[in-house]
Design a protein around this ligand. Structure first.
Ligand SMILES: [Zn+2]
Ligand SMILES: [Zn+2]
Length: 245
């Protein structure tokens, strides 16, 4: 499996990083926040290869580049009819309906299917995805994506401390976990590098990627803090980082 970090930043304070977005095996997009559309262009990733988008929740730092993404598909007429499947939390259908109101005159030309993800395994092309709620919003989800070789990626989306993350991340090859807060400034709706490490450790994850860091966390040594609680390999997310496993 290949994971390309398109954006690891947040909208809370400017860090020069794109907001949330990860490209899996050049074909599945995980979240689509501000900066992701142009990051795909910079990485020379043709949008027509991406026929699956997974959304963790509907906060602006995770979804705002969906409209530019869809617009580019519409501009190239041969791509309009190729099916784009969008997966997300329960509520995806009504959210999408409202979101496209100002754009309906052209979005109606695109072939899009929407899939609300519950707790059951769902097929995403040749991959499977499983989700659990995170409690960050009423319907936010974390997810585990497994490929045909049984390699697995866990993505927390945004989350505070939640045992669901440990359950779903069990024995994954890479856990990408929200580490927005510093230990001095904990909140209920995000994790810290220490808590992300504790989750990865309890889950028996092989590698941990710390992501979605607020500016104050970049001023600390998040990888060193996480290493006190997790024995596996620790990666500090950065835009354009590519990981293979
Ligand atoms: Zn959020
Ligand atoms: Zn976020």
């Amino acid at each position: 499996m290949q994971v390309r970090v398109l954006g690891c930043g947040t909208i809370a304070g400017r860090t020069g990083r794109n907001c949330s977005g990860y490209l899996i095996d050049e074909q599945i997009l995980l979240d689509c926040g501000p900066g992701i559309w142009s990051a795909l262009y910079s990485a020379e990733q043709p949008l027509k290869q991406i026929n699956h988008i997974l959304l963790s929740h509907f906060h602006v730092d995770h979804i705002s580049d969906l409209i530019p993404f869809l617009w580019e598909r519409w501009v190239f007429e041969d791509e309009r009819e190729s099916l784009l499947s969008i997966y997300g939390p329960v509520g995806l259908n009504s959210w999408f309906e409202k979101m496209i109101i100002p754009h309906h005159d052209w979005i109606k030309d695109l072939a899009i299917s929407l899939h609300e993800l519950g707790n059951k395994k769902t097929e995403v092309g040749l991959y499977t995805v499983e989700t659990r709620s995170t409690g960050h919003t009423t319907n936010s989800i974390c997810l585990k994506l497994s490929d045909p070789r049984d390699k697995s990626l866990f993505y927390s989306g945004d989350s505070g401390w939640n045992e669901n993350l440990i359950e779903l991340a069990a024995k994954c090859d890479l856990a990408i976990i929200d580490s927005a807060n510093s230990s001095e400034n904990k909140t209920e709706d995000h994790l810290t590098p220490e808590l992300a490490a504790r989750i990865a450790s309890s889950a028996g994850a092989k590698r941990l990627m710390l992501t979605h860091l607020y500016p104050e966390v970049w001023d600390t040594d998040p990888a060193e803090e996480a290493a006190r609680h997790f024995n596996g390999e620790i990666l500090l997310a950065r835009d354009r980082l590519v990981v293979f496993f």
